[in-house]
Design a protein around this ligand. Sequence first.
Ligand code: 6PG
Length: 251
Amino acid sequence: MVEREIKVFDTLEDLSRAAADRLRKRVAEAAPEQKVSVAFSGGTTPRTMFKLLAAPESGVAWERTELFQVDERMVPPDNAQSNFRAIRGYLLVHVPDLQRSFHRMLGEAEDAARAAEDYALTLEAALDTAPGECPRLDLVYLGMGVDGHTASLFPGSPALEETRRWVRPNASPRVTLPRLTLTYPILNAARELIFMVSGADKAETLRAVLEDPIRPRELPAQGVRPAEGRVRWYVDQAAAQRLRRPLRSAP
Ligand code: 6PG
């Protein structure tokens, strides 16, 4: 049973503050010796959250986290299109030693399939995965495109059909750069996933994703349905304006 929660915030700032605070709480509630695994998406929506997390007053016990990427464009880390470059600039460089806990997808790799395999091994090792099991991330932050994609799982793209690999290359005529992405198997093994969706341009897509029948090939965000995980939707009023079911605004 997919546990789903939808919270509507007045602004992106409020949404981002709640998303940042969820990370603080998730780390605080973990057992003292436990590390909390967190995966960040790219795109622009998370940047406000990264800035909040970068501030000393974020209260996150970073030394108890292991950080990962949800997806990456196949470009070097200093390329303007690199998701790592954004995460480093908005977050990692502002928190002492945090880059040491961050596992970067190698966007510069010549062999994307090999880079995907290596990243899967990194996840497996860092998350103490039992042989034959899928690594279970504790908290995954996802975005959603206007076309309903999430991670780098694009409508009609080959990676939507992946049932074995946890990380793989993907491409789509909708984007210029080939990608590396986490796939449904590992996303749906996660303990908690937070979608962050902001802006009126996503209102119709958000309505379709949340209220229409499931069709992940057209709306890949619908394919995130963890068997034993919680999915939280943190959306702002602009993105929520087409939702038919009345929703209470987040406190
Ligand atoms: C990427 C992201 C992607 C993103 C959505 C939403 O590499 O671009 O991982 O999945 O989350 O495209 O992007 P915005 O937050 O910029 O709207």
